[in-house]
Write a protein that binds this ligand. Structure first.
Ligand code: BGC
Length: 756
């Protein structure tokens, strides 16, 4: 059994060659060890929603077999639970399995923002919103690491598409990075301290993420205080010397000896400081010592208990989009057993996506068997359509005819629709937003026969739903993991109340989506032209209709929001808001609500989205039960990233706090006045008159010069349009146009005095 060793003692005994060699992997999944010094080789493996430990073959594409492990719901489903306690428990289970298999680090979670629904890997990511992605990501890291194994927060950063992912430059302005693409990483790093962070494949503003010093050192370490290890995505390093200098510590997988030799040469020739290499090696050794107790005492896990947890999580992450009454009552929960199940997905579940996250499940539930268990063996079934990737000898026309004939005889039809597996994978993006035509043809035909249709959807990210009027009820289950089938039965029968909410907007059309026109980029660049208007920030700010908004989700009861109040404490960077709401379950069944708190800054020097989620609470209530929900917001929740000052600022004035059940179901809104902080920067001769007058010293210096000579018009007496024109002129125009009794030399003195 390997002993925990002293990192500094080992470091002091390593040769330069050994040090260089420790900064790359031993093989596909192992770090290198140093036998002579008792440093063992530790294994790391994917992630994120289950363990993909390969014992015989190795690849990062999900091709080779891996050991059986619980396939928990994908991040898209897990995140839709908005339930941090549940997610932490899933994390603990993932950690137990990782440890039981003697793996030191589980390679996840992924908290990249869903910039476009077409990203092939969205199922592995949590949300279009950084607060949701960050909270869920932190809960996962917390849970996994509580078992003594590590995580790898990925893919840092701006890895929001698969097209050209190993080369493309994500061209993003700093404010957008700070407000949209980095905060989920920041929240997880600061709040849960992941053992490792994995850099992205792509370039960010022209520099590979693996060589991006600003990202890997200035932001991640200097600003956020990260002290763990930065590992490359598999094959993301192009120049290890540059990567080490930028702040990367470990290149994975094994890369041959050439990069090691280059590191040795760079140190010998003075191109790479020995301390930089030492720092990286120290982090590698520390990771090994951190993982050792777990891999030497692996422990076991309870397969049944983990399957049950996967079932609970899949139910919690499913979103009831719609549940309209037919014949006077909503279709769900199902009332009797006269149910016809249609759709191949009911017996051949789609429960995870393709690529490196693909898990070999310990077992696999299908919804058809689960519904028959719950409602009786008499539940009829028709496959309805063929699915790309699922072998079949049937043809679509015959399957459709049989489904329609059967529907004629049943009281309620439950129709399972979804994206075929080849549509959603790591390594390439989705070809389309919609479901395949053969599936929609079945829905159209069934809708001619009965209004009693429940659609159950399986897809890893948003689809469009132009067909939604044809179904009275729609349940979005995402890719729900190995127990997704039984979770669906729990929800449809009412054994469990739906409680998931959308973490991504379901748009009406691809053309409405924020990145449309700027995705997937051209000539090696993808321009994030929509800036901070990502997800609901885009749809709400531009007042674009959507199919179902961010945050939306129904259940089998209803909730009232009363007594919403907001108190302001402090000012500027110290400001704090206390938001209160009394929540009541006003229906006849138990259920959970996700209370969402949004903030709007109606007047700011920069464009701000009309609303931004800042906090949420999931609250379970019995019928008639009430709870007071209290949420605290800090200055950062009111701030924007000031591109000129390059820091977060709270711009004073009115703020609107909205409390509601989705971004388009705001139940109460309260306006408060917040004292901001000074926003002026350096004044120059090109600063406008308005900027001078807003600046306390600038105003004192400039205002007297704007006093008109006796009998002439001064600024205050100018008519509105003249005054507006004047305010936008740079100070030097005062000299050039003779508006002030100064010359350029005097103006330069005034500039110096204003900035003194
Ligand atoms: C993926 C990572 C994964 C790694 C190892 C890469 O292709 O982008 O998410 O952890 O492979 O399989």
């Amino acid at each position: 059994m390997a002993e925990v060793f002293d990192v500094e003692r080992v470091l002091a005994q390593l040769t330069l060659e050994e040090k260089a060699s420790l900064t790359s992997g031993a093989d596909f999944w192992h770090l290198k060890g140093v036998d002579r010094l008792g440093v063992p080789s530790v294994m790391v493996t994917d992630g994120p929603h289950g363990l993909r430990k390969q014992e015989t073959s190795s690849d990062h594409l999900g091709l080779g077999q891996s050991v059986p492990a619980t396939c928990f719901p994908t991040a898209a489903a897990l995140g839709s639970s908005w339930d941090v306690d549940l997610v932490r428990r899933v994390g603990e289970a993932l950690g137990r399995e990782t440890r039981a298999h003697q793996v030191g680090v589980l390679l996840g979670p992924g908290v990249n923002i869903k910039r476009t629904p077409l990203c092939g890997r969205n199922f592995e990511y949590v949300s279009e919103d950084p607060v949701v992605a960050g909270e869920i990501g932190a809960a996962l890291v917390d849970g996994i690491q509580s078992q003594g194994v590590g995580t790898s927060l990925k893919h840092f950063a701006a890895n929001n598409q698969e097209t050209d992912r190993m080369r493309v430059s994500a061209d993003v302005d700093e404010r957008t990075l700070r407000e949209i693409y980095l905060p989920a990483f920041e929240r997880v790093v600061r709040g849960a301290r992941p053992w490792t962070v994995m850099c992205a494949y792509n370039k960010v503003n022209g520099t590979y993420a693996s060589e991006h010093r600003w990202l890997l050192t200035e932001v991640l370490r200097d600003e956020w205080g990260y002290d763990g290890l930065v590992v490359s995505d598999w094959g993301a390093v192009h120049d290890r010397v540059a990567a080490l200098a930028a702040g990367l510590d470990l290149q994975m997988p094994a890369a041959g000896t050439r990069p090691d030799d280059e590191v040795v040469a760079a140190v010998r020739e003075g191109r790479l400081a020995p301390e930089v290499l030492d720092r990286a090696v120290r982090r590698v050794l520390r990771l090994v010592t951190d993982a050792l107790p777990a891999v030497t005492e692996p422990g076991t896990f309870d397969v049944d208990a983990h399957h049950a947890l996967a079932r609970e999580a899949a139910a919690a992450g499913s979103v009831l989009l719609k549940n309209d009454p037919v014949d006077g009552a909503p279709l769900l929960p199902l009332a009797g057993d006269d149910v016809l199940v249609v759709g191949e997905f009911a017996r051949t579940p789609r429960y995870q996506g393709a690529g490196s996250s693909q898990v070999n499940p310990t077992r696999l539930d299908d919804a058809l068997a689960a519904l028959r268990d719950a409602l009786g063996a008499g539940v009829a079934f028709e496959p309805g359509f063929t699915v790309e990737g699922v072998p079949s000898t049937d043809d679509d026309a015959a399957l459709l005819a049989a489904a329609v004939a059967a529907a004629d005889r049943a009281r309620t039809v439950v129709l399972f629709l979804g994206l075929p597996a080849p549509d959603e994978s790591e390594g390439y993006d989705r070809p389309r937003l919609g479901l395949p035509d053969n599936q929609l043809g079945v829905l159209r035909a069934l809708a001619e026969v009965t209004p009693r249709i429940v659609v159950v959807l399986a897809n890893g990210s948003a689809v469009d739903l132009p067909w939604r009027d044809r179904a009275a009820a729609i349940l979005e289950t995402w890719l729900g993991g190995q127990a997704g089938g039984s979770a669906v039965a729990d929800l449809l029968t009412g054994a469990v109340a739906p409680s998931g909410r959308l973490t991504e907007t379901l748009p009406l059309r691809l053309e409405d989506t924020p990145a449309f026109g700027n995705f997937p980029g051209e000539l090696g660049h993808v321009r994030y032209g929509e800036g901070v208007l990502v997800g609901y920030r885009w749809y709400d700010t531009r007042a674009i209709d959507v199919a179902y908004p961010f945050g939306h989700g129904l259940t089998y009861t209803s909730f009232a929001y009363d007594e919403v109040a907001v108190e302001v404490h402090g000012a500027g960077p110290e400001v704090r808001l206390e938001v209160r709401v009394r929540l009541t379950n006003t229906g006849a069944r138990a259920g959970a609500e996700v209370v969402q708190v949004y903030v709007r800054d109606p007047q700011a020097a920069v464009l701000r989205p009309v609303r931004e989620l800042k906090a949420f609470r999931k609250v379970a209530l019995e019928p008639g039960e009430q709870r007071e929900v209290v949420v605290e917001l800090a200055a950062r929740d009111l701030s924007y990233w000031h591109p000129g000052l390059r820091r977060w600022v709270v711009e004073g004035g009115a703020f609107v706090v909205e409390v509601g059940a989705s971004s388009r179901d705001v139940r109460a809104s309260v306006e408060v006045d917040v004292e901001g902080e000074p926003l002026w920067g350096e004044l120059t001769d090109m600063s406008t008159i308005a900027e001078w007058l807003e600046h306390p010293r600038g105003a004192a210096i400039l205002a007297p010069l704007l006093q008109p000579p006796a009998g002439e018009q001064g600024l205050a007496e100018l008519d509105d349009s003249m005054r507006a024109m004047m305010l936008q002129m740079p100070a030097r125009a005062l000299v050039d146009f003779g508006f002030a009794p100064v010359d350029h030399a005097r103006l330069a003195e005034l500039v110096a005095a204003a900035n003194a």
